[in-house]
Design a protein around this ligand. Structure first.
Ligand code: PLP
Length: 450
């Protein structure tokens, strides 16, 4: 194991100052927010985070896959300051400003597809999804949405109708938007039909056709198919390579393909969009999280023919396309280019995968390791053979990491996600992986002994 040079934890956690903030937060802030452990941030730069008690952590969570350019990148900070000194808000619902045109021009060329595209802006991922839902229903004049079980598309009432990753997210909010139909995602490690890829020959698609399209979903009434190219909150699940291409048969029936790139986009997987790893060009793409390096901004990028079905007034948001967030997004794109962040995601991702696959060989509790670029999931199990989910064990590992100076979080029930900033150095990555391995080894020996 390398010596721990960057991570420095010198107090019990939470420290005194952190404990005070946690207890006041519990008093004043909605209990619907669920946190992993008591980190109270004081400052953060790049991939290093300081808490209020002076401890320093390596960041493998990146503000939940948001901080692609790292925390407080100087070029992003400079852009925010520059724009804040000019004007902070003017509402694109009623007025014009130029940086919005600059960003839109870049986004429509970065999003794949050699057709004309247009952009709708909101403030959050859920808003981008809401916009895509309204837009595709309006365009197709059809009522049904298709989405996957395990999907996460947000928690507002519309987006929540498509979300199906944990019952708690819907609890108390049902009924939702009607006619959202969910079907299984190709989660090969836990194939619902106990098949093995590639021998299965995409049985999941046959099942979808037989049990859904031939039984109760009239395809000519489906407005859109919403999907994450790699499921995020569902547990970092990577579909087999041809899955989305084979699903394209639905497009001939007029189903609009909406690709949710809120977590996978902005270079995370080593390509600008996650779907570029699968050779399919969607009709609509939703972006948020990393788009403005942490400022609230989201984009729904659609083919112009779809977007032009909207008439003035049909959809808008006062704070959408906030000019400071737009300037931060322009700086984010500039940093991605000048610092070759897609290449970094691929390179660092490859070294991380190598280490993690070695851990899979070594430790009983590492059931599966799957990743694209710096979007990596490590699924923790109680036994490789039974694949019993190691929910408690995954929690113990991330809590141990926190105490060891690494911020890692889970996705789904028992997967540890590794999503550091794309600006992370090899040294930071290696030290973070050392801390993670220490914790995996410790929990592994307890499980094996039990
Ligand atoms: C794939 C995906 N879609 C949508 C959302 C919702 O985004 P927000 O929390 O900004 O509303 C998330 C958030 O985690 C996400 O990962």
């Amino acid at each position: 194991m390398g010596s721990k040079k960057l991570a420095k934890v010198n107090t019990p956690l939470p420290g005194k100052r952190a404990a005070a903030v946690v207890s006041k937060t519990q008093k004043y802030v909605s209990p619907s927010i669920s946190r992993f452990y008591p980190l109270v941030v004081e400052s953060a730069h790049g991939s290093l985070v300081r808490d209020v008690d002076g401890n320093q952590f390596i960041d493998f969570a990146a503000g939940i896959a948001v901080l692609a350019t790292g925390s407080t990148h100087p070029k992003v900070v400079e852009a925010i300051e520059r724009q804040a000194n000019k004007f902070i808000h003017f509402s694109y619902t009623d007025f014009y400003y130029k940086n919005l045109v600059d960003l839109s021009e870049q986004l429509v060329s970065l999003v794949p597809g050699s057709f004309e595209k247009m952009v709708y802006y909101g403030n959050s991922g859920a808003e981008a999804i809401e916009a895509a839902m309204k837009l595709t229903r309006n365009y197709t004049k059809r009522p049904i949405f298709l989405a996957h079980s395990g999907a996460f598309h947000g928690r507002t009432m519309g987006a929540l109708s498509l979300t199906a990753s944990k019952p708690i997210q819907r609890k108390g909010s049902i009924p939702l938007v009607p006619d959202a139909v969910h079907f299984p995602f190709p989660y090969c490690y836990r194939c619902p039909w106990k098949q093995t890829f590639p021998e299965c020959d995409y049985y999941c698609i046959d099942y979808f056709k037989e049990q859904y399209l031939e039984k109760f979903v009239p395809i000519d009434e489906v407005a859109a198919y919403f999907f994450e190219p790699v499921q995020g909150e569902g547990g970092y699940v990577i579909p087999p390579p041809d899955y989305f291409r084979r699903m394209e048969f639905m497009r001939k029936e007029g189903v609009v393909f909406v690709c949710d790139e809120i977590q996978t986009g902005m270079g995370r997987t080593g390509k600008f969009l996650g779907i570029e790893n699968f050779g399919v060009v969607p009709d609509v793409v939703t972006l948020a999280k990393g788009i403005a390096s942490g400022l609230p901004l989201s984009a729904t990028v659609a083919s112009a023919s779809i977007m032009k079905s909207w008439k003035p007034g049909q959809h808008a948001s006062t704070f959408g396309a906030n000019p400071v967030a737009v300037e931060a997004a322009l700086a984010t794109l500039e940093v991605m280019k000048s610092e070759h962040l897609l290449e970094s995601a691929r390179k660092l991702g490859a070294t991380a995968m190598k280490r993690l696959l070695e851990m899979k060989e070594k430790y009983e509790i590492v059931g599966d390791v799957r990743g694209k670029g710096l979007f990596i999931g490590v699924e923790i199990v109680r036994s490789k053979k039974t694949k019993e989910r190691g929910e408690k064990e995954a929690k113990e590992i991330i809590n141990g990491c926190f105490k060891g100076g690494l911020l890692a979080i889970t996705a789904g029930r028992n997967t540890i996600r590794i999503v550091p900033p794309l600006t992370t150095t090899q040294e930071e990555l290696d030290e973070g992986l050392d801390i993670l391995e220490d914790q995996i080894a410790a929990v592994n020996s307890m499980v094996v002994r039990a």
